[in-house]
Ligand binder design. Structure first.
Ligand code: PAF
Length: 298
């Protein structure tokens, strides 16, 4: 036979019972389960999650879920117009060697009478949670359900949604889910814009402006040797140059998103609107001690 063999199509299952059976069959075959939960509209950032999953070992079978979760959208958000390019999504899964796709409908995930949710704690009301009330209860509820349904050994989440990653990692610890959460660095366009399924909403002008967020974060990170005030001032200066940005927040937190970052690993997070599009991004940095704590040299 000549040429490369076409990658096999992933098997698609629509109900929790079907995907549960398919996962158990893979396990019986000696496979470990690596899980990538998504809302579809897959881009290179999702493909990177799948590649990381594949690199976990030859015995790994990748399971991807595609479900636009109504519970994590507010009443004035983009649930109805959220992109749903199913054929392209399945092709992206096939190209990354995904074994199973879980593609439930809303009634499969939230049957009549479903009323139990997972609370995200105090952090769930801050940052994105302050801008989008109820968002993280919706995220944690669907992710907890998906973890029970798919029962993975390991699950992959992008650092682009850093607060989501922290809250899911915390939920796994606090509620004793028997799995490991693996963070995957943000994939970016050439100008630094973080890949997001929502970038398709941006007009050409706003698309050009959107890279300001990453430039601001970089400026903040470059000022880390000056301590927290210098970081926020440097990032704020870059954001202020772009009139079209309507700011939601620019905050410096510790790596677990606590409010008093100590010297050491920290996270600078930004959210802003361009037109009707809500954009978020973040960057890790190493914060220097401030003021009198700072060592002087010479
Ligand atoms: O990051 C996302 O795409 C979603 O919030 C997730 C984790 C798939 C839950 O719906």
């Amino acid at each position: 036979m000549t040429g490369a063999q076409a990658a096999p199509e992933p098997r698609v299952h629509r109900t929790p019972a079907e995907i549960g059976d398919a996962v158990r069959a893979l396990r019986a075959d000696g496979r470990r389960i690596a899980f990538v939960p998504t809302m579809g509209a897959l881009h290179a950032g999702h493909s990177e999650l799948m590649r990381q999953a594949r690199s976990a070992g030859d015995d790994v079978a990748i399971v991807v879920s595609i479900f636009v979760n109504p519970l994590q959208f507010g009443p004035n958000e983009d649930l109805a117009r959220y992109p749903r390019p199913l054929e392209a999504d399945l092709a992206a899964c096939r190209d990354e060697g995904v074994a199973l796709v879980f593609l439930p409908g809303v009634a499969d995930m939230y049957p009549e009478g479903a009323d139990t949710t997972v609370g995200p704690g105090a952090l769930g009301g801050q940052l994105e949670g302050a801008v989008r009330p109820g968002h993280f209860a919706g995220v944690l509820t669907v992710v907890a359900k998906l973890f029970h349904i798919v029962a993975p050994d390991v699950a992959y989440f992008g650092e682009k949604d850093y607060q989501q990653l922290v809250l899911i990692t915390r939920m796994v610890r606090d509620l004793n889910f028997p799995l490991r959460v693996v963070p995957v660095p943000t994939v970016r366009e050439a100008d630094g814009l973080a890949l997001s399924s929502r970038n398709v909403y941006l007009s050409p002008d706003d698309r050009a402006r959107a890279a300001t967020l990453h430039r601001a974060l970089r400026a903040g990170a470059d000022a880390a040797a000056g301590g927290p005030a210098a970081v926020l001032a440097a990032a704020g200066r870059v954001l202020a140059e772009q009139d079209a940005l309507e700011m939601d927040y620019l905050e410096l937190r510790d790596a677990e998103l606590g409010t008093d970052p100590e010297p050491g690993p920290a996270r600078l997070l930004v959210a802003a609107r361009l037109g009707a599009t809500h954009l978020i991004d973040n960057i890790g940095l190493d914060l220097a001690p401030t003021g009198n704590d700072r060592a002087t040299i010479g």
